[in-house]
Every structure is written in C-alpha cells, then in structure tokens.
Design a protein around this ligand. Structure first.
Ligand code: NA7
Length: 896
C-alpha cells in the first residue's frame, strides 16, 4: 500500500500533504466491500478499502447483540463466486449466529488475503469530486487522504443507527446499550432490571435471551410486528439436497428469482383455495420457519393484493393469540396496522412465549407513550419503570443514512448529495447518482437490496460495477455518470414498481417513516431481483443507456434514455410472450387463432368470485346470442352494464373476458352482461354492430327479469368490443333508444385510419400488432364499408351521446384513435373523462391476474361507471388504490 502513497497538492493548492493514490476506493469491509476488493484486485485495479471498525464484517461486526442471527437460510446466505470457497466452508445451522457469520467473513478475508488492502479504524470524513483531475478526494480521520478515480460505497443499508429520539437519555444513571453498537465484551444482565425499547428484528431476537438473564424485563413496544418461529437447527435436508444435486442450477435460479432465494413464482391465487387448504399451506410455512417461503409461497396474491394478504395476516394473528396466555398482552402484540410483509417481518425463537414469563412486562406505547427517560428509568404517560439497563433496539436511518449522513459528499459543480437527496434518494439503478461521476453505491436505494437476499444482490451489483469499470478502461473512458433523464426515468419506474407490492401501505424503514423528518417513499426496488438483473444487463446491451462516458483521448459517449418505459409487470408479460416465440396470431388462421385464445384463457387462473354467474341467450337480429351475466354478491337490484369482449370482431366470446367482467362486477357493484355477438369472417360487417345494439335493447327491456335496476343501462367494451359499445351508443341515440347512462371504452377501435403515430410507434412488440389489426379489419369489413360510423364511430355524429370514460394505453397501436375519439366527443359537447395509461399495452386492463399495475385504472373505470349510474363512490378498492398512488407519487414528485 505504501507504494501508492505520494505527496501531492490539495485541491486549493495551498499546501502539500500525503495522499494515497488508487484507481478505486471502497468504503466498508462487510459482504459487499470484501467481494469488491476481491474483484477489483483480480481485474487489476489498485484499490484501498476504508473501514471504520477494527476488523471486517460490516453489519455483522457491529450487531453483536444477544440472539443476533441472519434470517435468510445460511445455504442461501453466502458468496457464490467461487465454488471452492463454497466447498471450503460449512455452516453449522439453518440460521447462523452473528459470531459464525463474522467468522465466515474473516475466513473469506484470509482466504483471499484481503486485509492487506483494508485500512481499518479509518473513517471517511468528506468526499469531493475534483472535476479538473476527474478524481475523488477522500479525507479520512486516520492517516492519508485518498485520491481515487472511482469511489464505491459499500456502506450497507442498515449501518447508521438512529438516535434515541427520546428526551433525557443523557440523564439516565444506569447502563445504556444500542443493539446496532453492542459492546464486544460480555454484557452482564443477570439479576438486573432491563428495559428494551423497540420490537423490530433486533428487539425480537434479543428479548427472549435478555428475559432469561434479567431479573425483570420491560419491553417497550410502539408497533407490533409479525414474527415467525425460526425452528432453528440443522440445515434443512430438502433444501440442501436441492443445492447438492445441482449447485449451479440452484444458484442461477436464486439470481433470477424475485427475492434472491430459489423459490418459484407462486401461481395459485387465494380464492382458488378453500379455507382448509389455505390453513394447510400456512401451517406448512409456519412449521418450515422460513421467512422467504412464508413471504412468497402461500398464494400468488398474498403480497400484491390487500384481500389476499388479509387472509394470511389473520392466520398469523391466530398464532399470536394462541401463543400468549394473557389476552390483553396478546392483543397488544397483534399487528393490525400493516399488511403482512409490508413491514419487515421477523424470525424469532420463543418471542411470543417470552411474554408468558412472570418477569416480563409488555408496555404498549400506543396506550402509554414514553414521556422521558429519567435518572432511574423510563416514565410513560401512566407509570414509571425503574431499571438498571436500557437497551435501544430502535433501528437505523436505513438505506440512505450511511451514504448521506455519515460524511459530506460533494459532486460535480459543488453539488452536495444531502441537498440533491433532500426530498428522497434519487438514483439510476440504485447504483449511481446524476451529478456524481464515478460514484457507485452497492445495494443503494433504488435497488432490490433489503427486499432481497443481500448476498445475491451484492454479488450482482459488484459484478456489474467491476465489469463496467473494466470495460471503460479498455475503451479509454475515465468517467461515467448517470444522466438526469435516465435517473428521472428510474424514479418513475420505481414509483410504478411500488404499485406492485403492498410495501407502500405501511410506515416502515423501507419508506423512511421511522426517522422523524425524513423524506418518505418506498426506497428499495420492489420489482424483484431477477427483473432488476435483466434491466442492468439491458443497460449494457443498449450501449450503456442512460450513462455519459468520457475519457482523455476518446470521443464522449452518451446514449441517453429511459431503460424501462413499460409498467414493470407489462414488461414481464411481454418478455414472457417474447420468450414463447409465438408465430403471429394471424398465421394460425381464424379458427386456429380462436383455439389459441381459448387455450390461453384456460391456462389463466379463474377470476375472483362474484355473487352469481348465469349463462343464457337472448334474441339477436338473426338468431339467438348467448350471454354471461355476472351478479354482485350485494343485495340487488343493481344497474346493468352491457359488455362487449375484445378480439378484433373475430376472436373470443362472452366468456373470454371473464376475469375482467368479474373484477368490474365486484368493483362497480353492478351486473355485467357479457354478450356473445357474431364474429367475422362468418358474419362480416355490420353483424357485430347490429348484434351489439340489439342485445343492448333487449337487455334494457328485460332489466327486471335479469335482476337489474329499472332505468337506463350502461355499455362497456374493450378493443373491438369498445368499438361495438361506442357504435351502440350512436345507434341507440338514432334509433329511439334504449337510454344509455354512460359508456366505458377501453382501448377502442374507433376509426379505419392507420396513419396515426401509434400505429407506427407500436406496430410490433406489444402483442396487438399492426398486422394483426389489418387482418382483423380485412376479415370483418371490406374497404368500401370502413368509413361507415357503425365500424368507424369517429366518423359518425357525436353530439348527444352518453357521457364517456375512454381508456387508452401508451404502447397500443389503437392509442391515438382512442384519444381522437375522446377529443371529438368532447368537442361535440359529450362529457368525457379519460385515462391515458402510461406504460401500459393493449391487454393491460383485461389481464387482471397478471398486470397488477392495472388495478388503479380499473378502480377509476368502476368509479366512472358508478357516477354515470348515479351511485356513490365505492369505499373499498378505490381507497386502497388511491393510498398506493399517493405513496408512489411521492417518489415520482421527488424525481420531478
Ligand atoms: P427496526 O426494524 O427499525 O425496529 C426498530 C424498533 O424500534 C421498532 O419496533 C420501532 O417502532 C421502535 N422504535 C424506533 N424508534 C422508537 C422510539 N423513538 N420510541 C419507541 N420505539 C421506537 O430495527 P431493527 O434493528 O430491529 O431491525 C432492522 C433490520 O435489521 C431488520 O428489519 C432486518 O432487516 C435486520 P416502530 O415500528 O417504528 O413503531
């Protein structure tokens, strides 16, 4: 290391001091820092790691409190970059203790001789980017400053403990400990009166052990948490067998999974299971004592849907009630304020049973908040607790604390990171920040980090960063910086992802809510480890999209843009379809295409239950038409919505949009009658239009018989069905009824012009292609008829039509004609509301089971239909979606 230390002038040039010159400086010698050092050295970069502690370990160095363990199973929680390392280390337990993990990290440091490049007991006190030299200068509190081309923060997500935030701590005459800074020497608690404040993972792990030692223990709980028994013991045989049978495959599956642990995506939804089946699944998870399993494997909607989650949370609550004898204590320990998994659940050993001990008292701070800490103990609103020891298990300034609060970081043009992040962290990929060239964060905010197996995420980040530095060096680039556009796009994508899960619905350290005054928004990436990895790879494949690269003797490169413009789940669906390498649907022929659609629909989970489903037939203009009626579970009579399915006038039937009809029936509280109109090419224009009108007329005349509310009906339709709904409104106006109270047009076909930009921009790649639309048109309608308003309603007279809600999707060939129809209706004096769905594709709203981010759109559609029908807003779904939007918009707003 000495070789690299040279005398240079400081930034202001006034005096000389010793500065250590390296290619790359790393801060932190935990999991991330150690692997960085290994990779950087191997890649031939001169490197130094600065570490505040006097040994390696990071989080596992500091968190030495009694009971500290990892809560990812040890076979999944370790380095995988070197099979020989994997072979050389054996974990003793399913969940390793802190000392064992620390030993492991020491073993890794020794094995690769990493310590020689680590400066221990050295804190960075400031970091400044020198634009002229294109280097970072790091000041330290111990020894030489460091000048480096690249600065990588491997500072961990949970390494900056939160201050106590309670008055009077300094007055307390007894012992004070923080779980996140537990002393190295033994802490003797035997015979003492102890208070523990905080019931997150650290509290829940330590409380049972402290209770065994202390004479008395008072646990001060602000928010109860869900805790699953760890059932610690040997590494489970089934998981180990999976790993041993195919180590490479097992690790690879972890890398592409959602949480970084190799579990498949659960596909069975809660409503497909009986109460007994759900309980059976839950009991299995409870007995397995595996946090990732219970968080992901019970049913597909457990983490994405409030109702699906509530079923699981209630089973959990039953367990707490059964474990704790005193009903009042049990009730206080039972969480109601957040969905299961939205706040970090804990893994425990005897936690709930500890409250049955005579020496343990639970103090419910919701009923008696702490007023102050006194010289002798803790005073609440109701009583005083005299104690000898106070343990603060109050958590961390998570995700951003160690990056931002620990030392000032000054980027290009004197920009301070604290100022740039004042409204919340802004990053590109969670790895870089615009305005801070050559600065990288490992598992920074905006990456999956704490919502994943950290070991897997760390390896992915480190590999990506070191590979980029290597590629830059080979190409002659000296600096790399994220662009503002890419970063703003990432913030939008983050906000979109935050709609996928329920994390936005809880006040947690994930959202910054645990630190008073901290900007709030979901900080970790909720889109999953595998999707995140594919996005990082795509950035590279697309020529370092969103990065500016420059070097002394090469031309500057900036391939600007947003890496993900699709909604995250739409991206997954389209990728999945692309992987299927399907031939164009039109190449199947019309019967083959119908069979394909039927097969595709049959493979999807059934939609949610509604009150009743009735199949029937009604008289059409040329024979009977079948219909399917969806009735809400609420008492009727209900207003009726006549619905027309999608399928280009060629495909589908009255059952093919079943999940959408069920969902809308539930959300609107209205009857949906899906009409099986005749299809082309057997029945060409105007058969579908005339069937639509005739069916609407018949339904309006038979509302009472169908159990509907007397009065006007409503119409709705998707795609070609949207076309039929729009046409039906025009025909009803012109042919003397029936009266229609409102029209919902979802991605409707409205015109026969193919020259609007969306037909080109979205011609291919978004499932509904331009050529498929051409095929539909050819099968349904000859060119001479295409300007007839019964197929191109945009060409008809628009005044006097019922109020409309028009939905268009950004990545849909039909987008612009839908927007044109909305504009034309407005111009004709028709009340119009519009949803222009960003990042969505033609099928987003009907793929109810797969496109979670379309929920809020359907909530808006349902609210519109209720308004048209003169009903008050529905409280449930709407509220949930609105809350979600608010939380995610905080991040998007911060991006703006
Ligand atoms: P956590 O999970 O943030 O838990 C901190 C606990 O301390 C939590 O119960 C807090 O209640 C409570 N707390 C925080 N501040 C106060 C004040 N001022 N008064 C009373 N109670 C307070 O931190 P941990 O160290 O347990 O775990 C962090 C992560 O490490 C964990 O999630 C795993 O990923 C590993 P609150 O819930 O905020 O009401």
């Amino acid at each position: 290391m000495q070789d690299a230390v040279v005398a240079v002038s400081t930034l202001d040039g006034t005096h000389k001091e010793t500065v250590q010159q390296v290619d790359v400086a790393v801060v932190g010698a935990g999991f991330a820092g150690l692997y960085l050092l290994y990779r950087l050295r191997k890649a031939g970069f001169t490197t130094v790691t600065l570490e505040e502690a006097d040994d390696v370990g990071g989080t596992w160095y500091w968190n030495r409190y009694p009971g500290a363990r990892c809560d990812i199973q040890t076979i999944d929680y370790g380095f995988t970059f070197d099979p020989e390392l994997e072979g050389a280390w054996r974990w003793s337990e399913k969940y390793a203790t802190q000392p064992e993990i620390l030993r492991y990290l020491g073993f890794v440091a020794d094995r690769y001789d990493l310590r020689r490049d680590i400066r221990f007991r050295t804190k960075v006190t400031a970091a400044i980017w020198d634009q002229a030299k294109q280097r970072w200068l790091l000041a330290t509190d111990n020894g030489a400053s460091v000048s480096c081309r690249h600065y990588i923060m491997a500072t961990g997500c949970l390494s900056s403990p939160k201050p106590p935030e309670i008055d009077g701590v300094k007055n307390f005459k007894g012992e004070v400990y923080f779980t996140g800074r537990w002393p190295h020497e033994e802490v003797k608690l035997a015979g003492k009166r102890v208070a523990v404040i905080g019931t997150g993972s650290s509290g829940i792990q330590s409380i049972p052990l402290i209770a065994e030692q202390a004479a008395e223990l008072a646990v001060f709980q602000r928010t109860p948490n869900f805790a699953l028994p760890a059932h610690n013991g040997p590494v489970p045989g089934d998981r180990k067998a999976l790993l041993d049978n195919d180590r490479t495959g097992y690790r690879e599956q972890a890398r592409w999974s959602l949480a970084g642990v190799p579990y498949p995506q659960q596909t069975v939804v809660s409503w497909q299971l009986s109460d007994a089946e759900r309980r059976e699944r839950f009991e299995k998870a409870w007995d397995a004592g595996d946090l990732v399993y219970i968080l992901t494997q019970l049913w597909a909607d457990q983490a994405v849907d409030v109702d699906g989650n509530a079923l699981l949370a209630e089973l959990f609550r039953d367990k707490i009630r059964a474990a704790v004898k005193d009903p009042e204590t049990a009730e206080a320990l039972t969480p109601y304020d957040h969905p299961f998994g939205a706040k970090r659940p804990c893994l425990d050993t005897n936690y709930y049973a500890t409250f049955n001990r005579p020496n343990v008292t639970l103090v419910n701070l919701r009923q008696e908040p702490i007023e102050a800490i006194t010289t002798s103990g803790i005073k609440t609103g109701k009583r005083t607790f005299d104690v000898d020891v106070i343990v603060f298990a109050t958590g961390f300034d998570a995700m951003t604390g160690a990056i931002m609060a620990v030392h000032p970081i000054t980027g290009r043009g004197g920009k301070s990171l604290s100022e740039v992040w004042a409204n919340g962290p802004q990053t590109y990929l969670g790895l870089t920040v615009a305005g801070f060239p050559n600065l990288f964060m490992i598992t920074g905010p905006g990456s999956p980090s704490v919502l994943s197996n950290m070991a897997v995420s760390i390896e992915q980040h480190v590999d990506w960063v070191v590979d980029r530095l290597t590629a830059m060096r080979e190409a002659g680039f000296a600096t790399i910086e994220a662009t503002e556009a890419a970063q703003a796009g990432w913030a939008r994508h983050m906000a979109d992802c935050s709609m996928l899960t329920l994390h936005r619905l809880a006040n947690t350290w994930y959202t910054g809510a645990n630190v008073p005054g901290k900007a709030q928004g979901v900080m970790p990436y909720t889109g999953g480890v595998g999707p995140y990895r594919s996005i990082c790879n795509e950035v590279v494949d697309r020529g370092m999209l969103g990065f500016m690269l420059s070097g002394p003797s090469v031309a500057e490169q900036c391939n600007d843009g947003e890496i993900v413009r699709l909604q995250p789940d739409v991206r997954l669906v389209l990728n999945m379809l692309a992987e299927m390498k399907l031939p164009p649907i039109e190449s199947f022929g019309f019967q083959g295409a119908r069979d394909f659609v039927a097969q595709f629909n049959a493979s999807r989970p059934a939609g949610r239950p509604v009150g009743e489903i009735v199949d029937g037939s009604l008289p059409g203009p040329d024979g009977a038409l079948s219909y399917r009626l969806y009735r809400p579970a609420t008492p009727g009579p209900h207003p009726i919505v006549v619905y027309f399915h999608g399928g280009g006038w060629v495909l589908g039937d009255e059952q093919s949009d079943d999940p959408f009809c069920r969902d809308m029936c539930r959300r609107t509280g209205m009857i949906f009658v899906s009409v099986g109109y005749r299809h082309a090419p057997e029945y060409r224009f105007p058969a579908a239009a005339e069937d639509g009108y005739a069916a609407t007329r018949w339904i309006a005349e038979h509302t009472a018989e169908l159990g509907g509310q007397p009065g006007p009906v409503l119409v709705a339709g998707w795609s070609a069905g949207g076309n039929i709904a729009a046409v039906t409104c025009q025909l009803a106006r012109d042919r003397g009824g029936p009266k229609i109270a409102g029209q919902l047009l979802v991605c409707p076909v409205t015109d026969c012009r193919f020259d609007r930009p969306s037909y080109n921009d979205n011609a291919a790649g978004y499932f509904l292609t331009r050529s498929l639309m051409y095929w539909f048109w050819d099968l349904y309608c000859s060119p001479a008829d295409r300007t007839d308003p019964r197929v191109s309603p945009l060409r008809g007279k628009l005044a006097g039509l019922p109020p409309a809600f028009v939905v268009t999707c950004e990545f849909d060939p039909l987008r612009d004609e839908g927007n044109a129809y909305a504009e034309a209706l407005t111009a004709a004096g028709v009340p119009v509301e519009q949803l222009q769905a960003r990042g969505h594709f033609h099928s987003s709203f009907t793929m109810v089971d797969m496109v979670i981010t379309s929920v809020s759109g359907r909530v808006q559609m349902a609210e519109a239909l209720r308004r048209f029908a003169g009903l008050p807003p529905q409280a449930t779904g709407g509220d949930e979606a609105r809350r979600g939007q608010l939380a995610s918009h905080k991040l998007a707003a911060a991006a703006g």
